[in-house]
Ligand binder design. Structure first.
Ligand code: NAD
Length: 429
């Protein structure tokens, strides 16, 4: 039987194309060269500010101790506290976390929120761990990072396999050490503990807002737009549901096991209820079953990879048949694939814009926590829409002005903003 987790664990092996930090650096180099970034700033911005590696002892339910390896990489603080999610997975690597931390710096700059970038990860298999084990793992990881995180230093958030509960444990552990409640230390918390309304849906909603803008360039309306979504978690599942509600024809969706396809459109709320009840899409009646790779090659107007890195590579890019690629996931496309997609005329909404809705509402959550005054959900969504639409249009203008593809434009816009702030502050060297 196929073992998706084992396949996952092999995904970086033997291929430089699939090393996310190299992919990030290659794009950074290209954008910095076109911008004419001065050498001193190039050297500083290309590397993280700080990389932390911690060993986390956890008492397992069986009574024995297990030691897990965890990371927190803080890429840049020029524009404010570092910000970024924490990922639990068996194949997390330091290079992956480094890449994700840099992407957070560029993402925050693209949408112009006053944060730098960070990311965390723990090498573990959360699916095989009990809630008690996950809680102890999270609390001890937080304790190891206690001097390095905080509302003015570094503000974690959820990422793959972490959620509101994980954030509540981090908030509580940090608060116990501080001897008072500090809810602004994390975002993506439960609403009752200082979370923001609309945060859970924010990344998927941000994907929707950027797709709404992109289809106008193709004279499409939602009803006439077919969409394929890879992943059905926080980004893919919610993104697909919001697109369905808006009238888009979502024709395929997947989870880590496999995908389903119906050329006439899927009833996404029904699909997600089925997935919730059965923990798999297999056996869903009103669709054909497709593999994750096959799903990416379905002809459609919008392809939204919302699962993980390295899904579109030099091996399959020439078989991608979408007009618009909306990158809900971080790093789903490799630099080699970028070139192939560009030659095919695919319009790319790059990850550092497409999935920036999450960090934008995280910023709103941090602001609300610090004010102690909370906004209505429609206010949050409206502010998110304003930010995403303005950032999309700014990116397109920048891309046209410099005659570069949208991904390069996104990096250029971000690097330019971070370099400006670094220049104004000066480098304490
Ligand atoms: P999630 O754990 O909620 O969902 C991930 C989904 O992808 C699940 O359906 C899972 O089954 C599927 N999946 C995992 N590995 C896969 C593989 N190899 N092939 C196919 N499907 C696979 O995670 P999420 O929060 O939705 O995050 C998805 C992506 O979006 C990640 O790249 C993450 O870094 C990025 N992202 C998330 C947020 C956020 O707010 N959650 C914000 C910005 C970016």
């Amino acid at each position: 039987m196929a073992n998706p987790m084992a396949d996952e664990m092999r995904r970086f092996k033997g291929s430089d194309e699939k090393n996310p930090f190299e992919a990030m650096s290659e794009r950074f180099d290209r954008a910095a060269r076109i911008l004419g970034l001065e050498d001193d700033f190039y050297k500083v911005l290309r590397v993280p500010s700080r990389e932390l590696k911690v060993y986390i002892p956890v008492k397992m339910d069986s009574g024995h101790l297990e030691v897990f390896e965890g990371y927190r990489v803080q890429h840049n603080f020029a524009r404010g506290p570092a910000k970024g999610g924490i990922r639990y997975a068996p194949d997390v690597t330091l290079d992956e976390v480094k890449a994700l931390s840099a992407w957070m710096t560029w993402k925050c700059a693209v949408v112009n929120v006053p944060f730098g970038g960070a990311k965390g990860g723990i090498v573990c298999n959360p699916i095989q761990m009990s809630q008690g084990e996950l809680e102890r793992l999270t609390r001890r990881y937080t304790a190891e990072l206690i001097d390095f995180i905080g509302p003015d230093k570094d503000v974690p958030a959820p990422d793959m396999n972490t959620n509101e509960q994980t954030m509540a444990w981090i908030m509580d552990t940090y608060s116990m050490h501080a001897r008072h409640t500090v809810n602004a230390v994390v975002t993506g918390k439960p609403v009752a503990l200082g979370g923001s309304l609309g945060r859970r849906e924010a990344t998927g909603r941000g994907v929707l807002f950027t797709v709404n803008e992109a289809i106008k360039r193709f004279k499409l309306t939602p009803e006439k737009t077919s969409v394929v979504v890879q992943g059905s978690g926080n980004v893919g599942g919610i993104g697909a549901e919001l697109m369905y509600e808006k009238g888009y024809k979502v024709i395929a969706i997947s989870d880590i096991g496999s995908g389903i396809y119906n050329a006439n459109g899927l009833n996404i709320p029904e699909v997600l209820s089925y997935l919730k009840a059965n923990k798999t899409l297999e056996g869903y009646a009103e669709a054909d079953h497709v593999g994750n790779q096959e799903l990416l090659e379905i002809e459609c107007d919008v392809l939204a990879p919302c699962a993980t890195e390295n899904q579109i590579t030099s091996e399959n890019a020439d078989r991608i048949k979408c007009k618009i690629l909306a990158e809900g996931a971080n790093g789903p496309t490799t630099p080699k694939a970028d070139k192939i997609l560009h030659d095919k005329g695919v319009f790319v909404i790059p990850d550092i814009l497409a999935n920036a809705g999450g960090v934008t509402v995280s910023y709103f959550e941090w602001v609300q926590d610090r004010m102690g005054y909370f906004w209505r959900e429609d206010e949050v969504n409206q502010r998110l829409e304003e930010k995403m639409v303005a950032s999309f249009n700014e990116l397109c203008r920048f891309s046209e002005l410099h005659d570069v593809d949208t991904r390069t434009a996104a990096y250029m816009l971000a690097i330019d903003r971070v370099a400006y702030d670094t220049r104004m502050r000066g480098i304490y060297a």
